[in-house]
Design a protein. Structure first.
Lengths: 350, 350, 350
């Protein structure tokens, strides 16, 4: 798998450079960009993990938590720069839905086919479900409802306030998990750390992380410019491109590793990747983008469309209910996938 | 009780035939139809149970699950045929509310008066609550929100897609409960099966099932035509007739058996009847009706009114919260009944 | 602390009398009224507790439960009499939010700084979460949604019906907790009762209770008349005054005792004060005010504004999720406080 990724990255990135210089049509650029980003995401993931192992559990956890959605953040940044605020909010929605329903659904289902019942830590599940409710039900719903009679200035003020609170609470959560309540959470992690040896040395990892990030940034900028053509050619709405297409490309790396872990019966890690990545998008990537947008001509409020918000709320309630007992099976996975398909059809027809 | 039912059925059905030929006024037809259907529902229930015992646990479970709401399905079919889509959706809502709040409420309350605390299987409760959230919060809410800006064609497309997914997941759930994860669920059922002897032989049960179903169909058709007069005479809205009247008549059999079981301290069975019947209505009867309506002049979308949807959502959250611990008492029953009364007053005044 | 309260009450109340006779400006009247009410609330709390100990656990529990929000009820009564229905509903919202997010948040946080993990009874937590869902999600949401197409008369009828059901269920809940299922709930209470000796004799307690209540009533009437000026001077909306200012003054006593208990690692009592007080406001104070308003020129329906309702719903889901495991820590406290700040900013900007 890693070899294929290396090959794809080393072919894809030069092709995009040539294509953008020679002004190739948008559809091949779109396809090559998507493949290249998925391949590069693999490199970023491996480099981050190597650095995390070298740096010890605390800084390592912090690195994983902040670099985990680097690709997502970079694509969104360039989409934001292009003024496509609707697609940014849609792709954030898509990340939340993709991680909660698709990644977790496939993990539960694929793992559940091999193992009758799989278990994961109840403490982690409760920590995650508390923050999911905080982020989706409180921090995303309040601006939606309260800004309906507000003017533009107050809407931005409320968005900034909520963004700062989200980032603060996210960092406080890392402090809680990695420092003050470290022993309380699953001991599986501790065992894992002991055996693990980093794939790359510290220096090599930093260089690869740097180069891959620059490459992702370059490719993302080309990708973003194909969206308009894509919508016209296939009749896809901004919403559908953001929620389904961008979200799947931006999260391909998480999808792959979560499912691999589920098949190895390490459901703890699979859930942590899927739900942890959701929380990162909702409590870190989204507010960072809101704050970054203040330096751009058009600022992005933290106000989703009603369908986006309702999709995230229903997904949150379903996932919390299915995961709160610390057990999973194939049928729970199928239920999550069925919810993903229903919401997908909804966004396609919208 | 069974004797009275036999008597009522053997008097009621001929009276309806005579009444419809002689063109009796609507009010007596309405009353006699309701009583006859309740009596016939008893026969269908007993015939299904006899067949289920003869066929062994797997096919038996399947029979119970599919024939359990036969009466509901037949009444709704004729209401649909008469073009009264509003009453069909209202009676589906009423079934969900009646089973979740009224049946479960009376079971918890009546059982709780006799026994201080009653227990039922936590695995079953979790399975049920996951599907309740899937059906009511995901599959019913998404079309409501997403179709608000959609045209008629897309609304029907979305309804069909969701209906197919609901039926598929419902059947997958039966496969999960009856085949792959049979041992995991409450062993109470297994004990029950061993002792049980069928009331009727296989042949007799099939004939009774067939005759009762035909009779219910005939009576339902007469019943449906009285709704308009009923609304005019008593000032009842379509919504109130559907949510309260049709729902209580269509589910009388479940009401009776759930409460009997609760009084015998077999709360497992009572909860299974009430919540199982809800899931059947939401995941099987409702989508089947949506698909059947495609062959009629006017197709029925899976789009409830806002009050119907909100009533179902609030009932779902209340029931999940009260039942997730696998324990019940009289006060939890009273809470469910209080919610039913509040919602009932609301629909009456609407 | 008690001495300061005595001093404040004995200075504040005469000042208000003088001020109202001499027609002082509204801002000093507002500040002195707030301080006096907080001080008097301390007296009412101590008198009620003394009476509760003397009367034995059952009547004591009942006394605590009904007199606990006396101050809140009195302020709201005079606000209602002044025709400021918007502020009454806002201050009820503010009490619910203040108790659930602020009081519980500070208790979890402050207690969690001293103790790594604090525990409280799971039976109590489940009883509370069931009633929270009943009150906020069912009894407050239904009138909001159903009255949108209703005329004035039906809206009042529905409000009266729901109010009577809320009060009945609240009293039934006391009967459940104090009589039929007494042993089931946390034994911590029983131990507590044995050691406790009343601060004041029965006669003294009754006199203090009576005098403080009269004083609170008098001061509240003066306080209410300052609201209009307050809004004009500081640009605060009716909503903000009700949700934040009145709610904090009306619940200061609870805030203080809950946090004290949390710091002593008696999280059972702290949660009982915070959530118990919420339930009292939602299921007893609010419906009583609806019924009292029928004797006034303008009756108050049980219909909150959408932002008020959404804020209460999101707070309810967050608290239920964080408290259902019977454990708390500093990070859960911080999460609750973050939600309070987000909602507070929202109401300020509205």
């Amino acid at each position: 798998m890693n070899r294929i990724f290396t090959l794809l990255a080393f072919i894809g990135v030069p092709m995009i450079i040539i294509g953008s210089v020679m002004d190739w049509p948008d559809i091949p650029i779109f396809i090559i960009s998507c493949i290249s980003i998925i391949a590069l995401a693999g490199f970023i993931g491996r480099a981050t993990e190597s650095l995390a192992i070298v740096s010890g559990p605390r800084i390592g956890g912090f690195l994983n938590a902040t670099f985990g959605n680097a690709v997502e953040l970079i694509i969104s940044f360039f989409t934001l720069k292009a003024g496509l605020i609707g697609i940014v909010l849609a792709s954030l929605t898509g990340s939340v839905l993709g991680n909660l329903l698709l990644v977790l659904g496939v993990s539960f289902f694929a793992g559940g086919i091999k193992f009758k019942t799989q278990k994961f830590g109840i403490h982690d599940a409760r920590y995650n479900s508390g923050l999911l409710i905080f982020a989706v039900i409180v921090a995303f719903v309040i601006p939606e409802i309260f800004t309906q009679t507000m003017d533009q200035v107050d809407t931005v003020t409320l968005s900034i306030g909520i963004s700062i609170i989200l980032i603060t609470l996210y960092l406080a959560g890392l402090f809680f998990k990695l420092v003050t309540h470290r022993g309380v959470f699953s001991s599986a992690d501790t065992n894992k750390e002991e055996e693990e040896i980093p794939e790359w040395s510290k220096g090599k990892a930093i260089i690869i992380l740097l180069l891959s990030t620059i490459a992702v940034a370059y490719v993302s900028e080309q990708l973003v410019h194909t969206f308009e053509t894509l919508g016209e050619k296939f009749g896809w709405s901004e919403l559908f491109i953001g929620v389904i297409i961008v979200a799947i490309v931006g999260n391909a790396a998480e999808h792959f590793s979560a499912i691999t872990m589920a098949m190895k019966n390490r459901m703890d890690v699979a859930v942590e990747i899927a739900v942890g990545s959701t929380l990162q998008v909702a409590m870190f990537v989204a507010p960072i983008l809101v704050l970054l947008s203040l330096m751009m001509p058009q600022s992005m409020p933290l106000v989703f469309t009603i369908p986006e918000l309702v999709a995230m709320i229903t997904a949150t309630f379903l996932v919390i209910n299915l995961s709160n007992d610390g057990e999973s099976n194939w049928f729970e996975g199928l239920t999550l996938l069925a919810a993903y398909v229903i919401i997908g059809i909804g966004f396609y027809l919208l």
